[in-house]
Design a protein around this ligand. Structure first.
Ligand code: SF4
Ligand code: SF4
Length: 435
């Protein structure tokens, strides 16, 4: 066992209201400059939806992440660093500016001087990049206006794969928000695909950074990152990405997105992991076993053997204590309520999500009771508004069982807290299956 430390984040999706405060504060801090207009290190995308950049989950198209070759070994879909070195002049497979969204601004003069109209404003948005007036046909949260359901968001690549259960009627449509930053992966395919060796993972805390002096602008990293969380600055000709706010983290401050999050849904902290187990876990053949494999790589920071391993590795005592205080390992492994985004990309992402339980607004048919009350919510898991299959495509490579387990725990916790708030004995409402 080779113990290393990693900064990580868990986001509780039930709490995200899609206000974009995190995106805006991140942009003001990190990408508020020429060449980065289209870039959101932190974005909040609508689900179901195409994401940002749109269709980034289509790995056959963009060639991101890792796959297993015939011998069961990991290979980059985008091509190895050596191969990319030999083919550096071939075009990387990159989304266009229109896939990210073309930055635009209102025609404020017309907006304020136009005569009163019966219906909507008539001023059209203008492109910031080309300066030409244009019809903006898409942006990162366009799907907000469309809601979920196959007829209403037909181009969503995940939605197309789920079962007939998602053939929803209008009143059963669903949506939620998915905030995203760079995953600061344990097995980052951006770094492995860079011909210049400009991308590195800091040994002390696992933050993945781009050495601006070494970057030669080949953009193979943009192709190689399956989450499309590394961006090309067209002014400087270099790649840039989320830095996990390392200058703040180094002085004990949280990331900007976490500090300013209105929903208080971002938990950040250190985790300890077994660096020797990373590649083996990322190479598990059965995609449905990737979740457990990735959980096992993260080590219990209170385990004496792990503590001794951390001391041997030179991890400072106050960092070990920070990992013990951090909620990350507990949310992922003790309570098992957090899941990784697309573990099948095999990069071992270090931003995990507590999936949305979603509102349960029905009444129980035969009793007329509130479905959120006591054990009713637990029983209602099978008929939640957000299909478990949809969440499974996002978080468990399509395996519904672990998602259902998480939702049952969240439902039990919600019932428990409701009882406490209503002055009832909470132990009576916990189903035996949860314990
Ligand atoms: Fe690299 Fe971040 Fe993409 Fe992972 S999510 S491959 S660390 S840019
Ligand atoms: Fe969601 Fe928090 Fe971002 Fe608002 S600030 S969009 S609540 S993650």
């Amino acid at each position: 066992m080779r113990v290393m430390a990693q900064m990580a984040m868990v986001m509780n999706l039930d709490k995200c209201i899609g206000c974009h405060t995190c995106s805006v504060t991140c942009k003001q801090t990190w990408t508020n400059r020429t060449g980065m207009e289209y870039v959101w290190f932190n974005n909040v995308e609508t689900r179901p939806g195409q994401g940002y950049p749109r269709t980034y989950e289509d790995q056959e198209r963009w060639k991101g992440g890792w796959k297993l070759n015939k011998r069961g070994r990991l290979t980059l879909k985008a091509g190895s660093r050596l191969r990319n070195l030999l083919t550096i002049f071939s075009s990387p497979k990159m989304p266009t500016i229109r896939d990210y969204y073309e930055p635009w601004t209102y025609d404020y003069e017309t907006l304020t001087t136009a005569p009163l109209q019966e219906h909507t404003p008539v001023a059209r948005p203008r492109s910031l990049i080309s300066g030409e007036e244009m019809n903006i046909s898409w942006s990162a949260n366009w799907d907000d206006s469309l809601a979920g359901g196959p007829e209403l968001a037909p181009s969503d690549p995940v939605l197309q794969q789920v079962s007939d259960k998602v053939k929803l009627e209008f009143e059963q449509t669903f949506m939620f928000y998915l905030p995203r930053i760079c995953e600061h992966c344990l097995n980052p395919s951006c770094a492995a695909s860079c011909p210049s060796g400009a991308i590195y993972k800091r040994s002390e805390d696992g933050i993945v950074l781009v050495d601006q002096d070494r970057c030669r602008g080949w953009r193979k990293c943009v192709t190689g990152c399956p989450y499309k969380k590394i961006y090309f600055n067209h002014r400087t000709g270099k790649a840039e990405k989320c830095t996990f706010c390392f200058p703040r983290v180094e002085v004990g401050l949280p990331t900007v997105c976490a500090e300013t999050c209105v929903g208080r849904l971002r938990y950040i902290g250190l985790v300890l992991y077994d660096a020797d187990a990373v590649l083996e876990a990322a190479s598990v053949a059965d995609e449905h076993e990737l979740l457990d494999a990735q959980r096992r790589v993260l080590l219990d920071p209170n385990d004496p053997e792990v503590i001794r391993g951390a001391e041997r590795a030179g991890i400072p005592h106050d960092w070990i204590e920070a990992a013990q205080r951090s909620p990350i390992w507990s949310l992922i492994n003790r309570y098992q309520v957090a899941l990784p985004l697309h573990p099948e990309y095999r990069t071992m992402p270090m931003v995990w999500y507590i999936p949305p339980l979603s509102p349960v607004v029905d009444v129980v048919a035969d009793t007329g009771e509130d479905a959120e009350d006591r054990g009713n919510l637990f029983a209602a898991i099978d008929s939640l508004r957000i299909p478990v299959e949809y969440l499974a495509e996002l978080f468990t490579a399509g395996d519904t069982a672990p998602v259902t387990d998480v939702l049952r725990r969240l439902a039990a916790m919600r019932s428990y807290m409701r009882d406490i708030n209503l002055g009832r004995d909470p132990d009576e409402s916990i189903p035996e299956a949860v314990g």
